[in-house]
Design a protein around this ligand. Structure first.
Ligand code: SF4
Length: 331
């Protein structure tokens, strides 16, 4: 991956990962900043610069470590080694939190974060599942930091319960031989390939993602698939039926037999519209005023009648094509 510059908190260079990044990206300009959350120069850039801003790496330390309760696949969302991402999915949920500053930030105090996580996992009194990838894409991040190579074997050896993270990337080869002890649940997020091309800019193709699931499953990782986010565009029924057929064709029997699904319908917002309209003027507008609620400056989601119709269609097609694969939730 090519970057233009690294913005860094000087203290980051006191950590092993900070030193490593400096070595790996030493040929780029390194620009000192006071705080990764307040880079004035970035804040002042127009929305049209969104894609170019994503070509910078931001390096700092994570200062807040509050775990948030979650009641889906995991028990807690854990702020971990990164936030933001270099890809540009037009609906990316991180844009709601970071606005146009949804670029990739790397937090180099990983030893501190994993120590804390392992301790929490062992003192919980029961086996918990910790979601460590809710703020970024850890498979993508791992290609820059090797943080999963650090995290998975250490948690497998010292932690209790499970870790999980979702991804839209296929670069899992370096994870296959890691000792994971079945303690890491890998979840691949998929969408129909025509939507990946038009809407999930900079992510891996569907075929590559399916191969990654097969390989992770073969390596013994428990695996799930997120159909997310479901986008109710003009020909959505046809597209999602094709997707389920491609999953049926492409997934190995081993993967299909242990798989679970999560399904999330797209939410969108005023902020997404404002940024996408200026940064990607030729790309589709995902806001559909007929099908979505929320017309002001807030968040938009599909109307309840549309959601019900979609849920019923997706459940029927999954059952018809993929059989009795468990659907953990549709939200
Ligand atoms: Fe956002 Fe995930 Fe897409 Fe990255 S891959 S832009 S984190 S939705």
């Amino acid at each position: 991956m090519k970057f233009d510059a690294v913005y860094y908190e000087p203290d980051s260079l006191n950590y092993p990962l900070g030193k490593q990044l400096k070595e790996n990206y030493g040929s780029l300009p390194w620009i000192a900043i006071e705080n990764h959350n307040a880079i004035q120069e970035m804040r002042e850039k127009p929305n049209a610069e969104f894609a170019r801003m994503k070509r910078n790496l931001i390096v700092g330390t994570r200062k807040t470590h509050k775990y948030t309760e979650n009641h889906k696949v995991s028990d807690y969302l854990v702020p971990y080694t990164s936030s933001g991402c270099t890809a540009m999915c037009l609906y990316c949920y991180l844009v709601c939190n970071y606005n146009k500053c949804a670029y990739l930030r790397l937090f180099v105090n990983r030893e501190q974060m994993l120590d804390r996580l392992i301790k929490r996992s062992k003192t919980a009194g029961r086996e918990l599942t910790f979601e460590i990838g809710s703020n970024s894409d850890l498979v993508l991040e791992n290609t820059i930091t090797e943080n999963l190579l650090y995290t998975i074997p250490r948690f497998a050896k010292e932690g209790s319960g499970r870790l999980t993270f979702p991804t839209k990337f296929h670069m899992v080869d370096s994870l296959l031989d890691l000792p994971h002890e079945g303690k890491v649940i890998f979840r691949m997020s998929v969408n129909p390939q025509p939507l990946i091309k038009r809407v999930e800019l900079g992510t891996s193709d569907l075929k590559q993602r399916i191969t990654a699931v097969n390989n992770m499953c073969q390596a013994g990782y428990p695996c799930g698939i997120l159909i997310a986010p479901v986008i109710l565009c003009e020909n959505w029924k046809e597209l999602y039926t094709e997707l389920f057929e491609e999953l049926k064709e492409g997934l190995t029997e081993k993967a299909r037999s242990q798989l679970f699904l999560e399904i999330i319908l797209m939410t969108y917002s005023y902020v997404h519209r404002a940024i996408n309209g200026e940064a990607f003027p030729g790309l589709p507008d995902l806001y559909d005023k007929e099908m979505m609620t929320g017309r002001g400056r807030g968040r938009y989601c599909y109307r309840i009648e549309e959601r019900d119709k979609a849920e019923s269609y997706l459940r029927t097609e999954i059952k018809r094509i993929l059989g009795d694969v468990p659907i953990l939730y549709i939200s």
